[in-house]
Design a binder for this molecule. Structure first.
Ligand code: CUA
Length: 160
């Protein structure tokens, strides 16, 4: 079968390009640990009172570990503020009571899409004292721009 020279070049270029894409995917997954965000569980958004989200807030798990159960709704997060000592490792479990919201924490590696019915999870360690905002970064209606809340990270104290 005769394949024109230029046709061959294009085939080689195309197959090499595919190889680069596959290599980039594998390198991301294996070397850099990139994972597609998947829901940790499912809830009925119209029936949150029968779930852990009935009581949004912080659970102290000991050893500087905390769990946060949080509801996003137009246009606020519940709880409305959070505070942890520096060095805390916090697992956020977030769901939405109405529409799709977003969730990022300033200067930290947490970026979630909050879909009604899904429980999104992010684990964050806070190593620097300061005030960091959780912001909704998914357009969710008129007051989207005011949907944020502060996390205060306090200096370590000696008291236990
Ligand atoms: Cu919630 Cu934008």
């Amino acid at each position: 079968m005769h394949v024109d020279k230029y046709e061959q070049y294009w085939i080689i270029a195309f197959v090499s390009m595919l190889g680069v894409f596959v290599a980039a995917l594998l390198a991301g997954a294996i070397i850099f640990g990139v994972r597609v965000p998947t829901p940790q569980g499912f809830v009925d958004p119209s029936n949150l009172q029968d779930t852990e989200f009935a009581n949004p807030g912080v659970r102290d798990m000991g050893d500087d570990e905390y769990e946060v159960w949080m509801i996003a709704r137009m246009w606020q997060f519940q709880p409305a503020e959070l505070s942890f000592p520096v060095g805390s490792e916090v697992t956020f479990n977030v769901t939405s009571a109405d529409v799709t919201h977003g969730f990022i924490i300033e200067h930290h590696n947490a970026n979630l899409e909050i879909v009604p019915g899904h429980i999104a999870q992010a684990r964050v360690t806070f190593n620097e004292p300061g005030i960091y905002r959780i912001q909704c970064h998914e357009y969710c209606g008129l007051e989207h721009h005011s949907m944020y809340m502060p996390i205060t990270i306090t200096e370590a104290t000696d008291e236990e």
